[in-house]
Ligand binder design. Structure first.
Ligand SMILES: *Cc1c(COP(=O)(O)O)cnc(C)c1O
Length: 227
């Protein structure tokens, strides 16, 4: 029998609680973002029936169709995938959060295009901690200037950082990436930016990310199954 989405969500929540306890952190200090990319509206409805309200999507057009199909539910939508300039308007109009801002031009467009009747778009800057040249994310060196510029944009609210360790890394290397992201996050806070969100940890590296201070884990496979 395949475990149901509701069962998987309960297991993931239990795993988050156990990881918080092991790290001496409050059990409600880590939010669960359910990554529903490639899954249909029905799967999202099942997750919502199990109490899940925040969902992450990578592919903008797929997400916009899903958001429309689920308009009757009070869901929060997070864009976690790469954003090209020609997609910023769709993101600004349909999402509540964006985790994948890594250049000023994209942030400026999102701010300009955020409709006046919606609250500011909640933003994390994606940082490329382990330095893969082809990967998305701003370099740690360029992060402070980008963060200050993004924080100054009127229709965005900068909440924190997002990072994705390279999937080929060992658990120890991934944990080092999480620790580095945490240090960059704390350094920005010391510079006066009121950040509260560290988006890190996926199905495979959730425990290590929580041990290093993650406040939001982005979990797809462990909830919905293999894509
Ligand atoms: C797909 C994806 C996830 C979820 O990954 P799983 O391994 O399925 O949990 C999390 N974050 C980002 C940015 C993703 O693209």
């Amino acid at each position: 029998m395949t475990p149901s989405i509701a069962h998987n969500i309960a297991s993931v929540r239990a795993q988050i609680q156990a990881a918080c306890q092991a790290a001496g952190r409050a059990p409600d200090s880590v939010q669960l973002l359910a990554v529903s990319k490639t899954w249909g509206a029905d799967a999202v409805r099942q997750a919502h029936a199990a109490g899940q309200t925040a969902f992450g999507e990578n592919y903008i057009q797929e997400a916009v169709d899903k958001i429309a199909a689920l308009h009757d539910l009070p869901l929060q939508w997070h864009c976690i995938g790469p954003i090209q300039s020609n997609k910023t308007r769709l993101v600004a109009e349909h999402f509540d959060w964006v985790h994948s801002v890594d250049r000023l031009k994209i942030a400026q467009r999102l701010s300009e295009q955020r409709p006046a009747h919606l609250p500011p778009l909640q933003v994390c800057i994606q940082v490329n901690v382990d330095g893969g040249e082809t990967k998305s994310g701003v370099s740690p060196q360029d992060l402070p200037v980008l963060a200050q510029s993004v924080a100054a944009l009127p229709r965005l609210q900068l909440r924190g950082l997002m990072t994705i360790p390279d999937p080929t890394e060992t658990p120890a290397q991934m944990r080092a990436v999480h620790a580095r992201a945490r240090a960059l996050f704390e350094a920005l806070r010391l510079q006066g930016l009121p950040l509260d969100t560290l988006s890190m940890g996926m199905s495979a590296d959730m425990d290590a990310a929580i041990a290093e201070g993650s406040t939001m884990v982005r979990v797809g496979t462990a909830i919905f199954g293999q894509r």
